[in-house]
Design a protein around this ligand. Structure first.
Ligand code: FEO
Length: 426
């Protein structure tokens, strides 16, 4: 197996060919352990950038993090003169890919910048330059390099609003930005040579792409029809061995699993609670009983004390409604509730139905605080939270049943149409 040459004999970084006309000019960051505050990187990452040579000019696709600019420029200079660079494509403007951009623009003043429509304000914010010239592009726009061309695919929110992919049809290569990437540093560079990076690919998807599944599916509609020999992401191994596997995996990960479990008219409602003395639990059970009375609502009741957060997050992601029960301790909701809520940032909760309840001893702020958090996470919270001081009375248990019934009716779009008869709930 041929060794991948990353440096000249005198130690200067050089470009790595992906084909005769396409080169990798990126950089490795093997000692990075935390990326963007939240992501762990067990062996670092790479910042991948690429050069495409056509008969009428050279394109540079993405750059690298600022601290790695010297390596990037050395690799770039090993395959192109700055005067040849006619095109700079930025698939994504996050600083790990635009750190070397200002210097590249200075060195290649003849190059035109191509960015997505949604990247325009970000570019201005990033460069803070007057008279900035760039070309915003959309799906179907093409730039010619003579016998090579670049086609743009509008793939927003993967994982920023500005993200796009760039396709090189003459080589069947996709420059995918962060999509299909992972934080895995391996100087063997290609997926058929690198170490086992499956965990990293899955982890990256779970933290970066998962909140935007609907956008992933829209992007796949554009990507799947393309003939593809190779996917060139901005992080991690270049996917040249059966790249279709990674596309299929993205489709699997982004497709709802619950649809095959319930009938189309059913909706799912999850009730989670935590209870100190059994009072919030009694409320939870009554709310559950109330919700059960609405046809086609699949209600589930869970005690947070008896489960791990990660599987609950999976359930919540696909549920239609979420009701949380918390006591109030020292003026706040309790830690297991906050732990669950803080774990929900990786899923899209927009417009799910929300509700909150809880027993309290003194002032009962916990319910209101959790309600505010649900609204902050963009859930609909149509009914004010239900609070009971200490032990629920029989009447308060009926109120809990009515609360569950109303939320379940709201979920099915029936709330306006039905009057609650408390006698039915007793
Ligand atoms: Fe690799 Fe979203 O930057």
């Amino acid at each position: 197996m041929n060794r991948i040459v990353l440096e000249s004999p005198d130690g200067v970084p050089v470009a790595v060919p992906l084909s005769e006309r396409v080169h990798w000019v990126g950089a490795f960051d093997p000692h990075l352990r935390t990326f963007d505050i939240i992501l762990k990187t067990a062996n670092g990452t790479s910042y991948n950038a690429y050069v495409v040579r056509g008969s009428e000019g050279v394109a540079v696709i993405d750059t690298v993090k600022e601290g790695f600019a010297d390596v990037f420029f050395a690799r770039l200079e090993s395959v192109a003169d700055y005067a040849e660079i006619k095109v700079i494509v930025l698939n994504h403007l996050e600083p790990d890919h635009t750190g070397a951009l200002p210097e590249l623009m200075r060195r290649a003043p003849g190059a035109q910048l191509y960015i997505s429509q949604k990247a325009q304000s970000m570019l201005k914010g990033l460069l803070k330059q007057e008279n900035l010239h760039f070309t915003p592009v959309v799906t179907g726009d093409t730039v010619s390099l003579g016998d090579r061309s670049l086609q743009f695919l509008h793939t927003p929110y993967l994982h920023w609003p500005d993200t796009q992919c760039t396709y090189l049809p003459e080589e069947a290569m996709l420059f995918s930005g962060d999509v299909f990437g992972c934080h895995f540093c391996d100087d063997r560079l290609f997926n058929d040579r690198a170490g086992d990076f499956r965990f990293s690919f899955e982890y990256y998807y779970a933290h970066i792409m998962r909140p935007f599944k609907e956008y992933v599916l829209r992007a796949l509609e554009l990507i799947e029809p393309l003939p593809l020999k190779l996917i060139a992401p901005t992080h991690g191994p270049i996917l040249r061995d059966r790249p279709d596997r990674y596309i299929q995996r993205y489709r699997q990960l982004s497709s709802p699993a619950l649809h095959s479990e319930i009938s189309p008219q059913q909706k799912t409602l999850l009730i989670f609670y935590i209870s100190s003395y059994g009072n919030t639990r009694r409320m939870a059970e009554a709310i559950y009983q109330g919700a059960l009375q609405v046809d086609d609502v699949r209600v589930s009741l869970y005690d947070l004390e008896g489960g791990e957060v990660a599987p609950f997050v999976d359930l919540i992601e696909e549920a239609d409604g979420l009701i949380l029960g918390t006591p109030t301790i020292n003026g706040d909701a309790v830690k297991p509730i906050w732990d669950l809520l803080s774990s929900l940032t990786v899923v899209n909760l927009k417009n799910k139905l929300g509700g909150v309840f809880g027993s309290y001893g003194w002032t009962g702020e916990g319910v209101r605080l959790v309600e505010d958090r649900l609204r902050g996470l963009k859930l609909r919270v149509p009914i004010p939270g239900l609070r009971v001081k200490l032990i629920p009375t029989d009447d308060e248990i009926l109120e809990c049943k009515a609360f569950g019934l109303e939320l379940a009716q709201e979920l099915m779009g029936l709330r306006e149409a039905k009057m609650i008869n408390f006698a039915d709930l007793a």
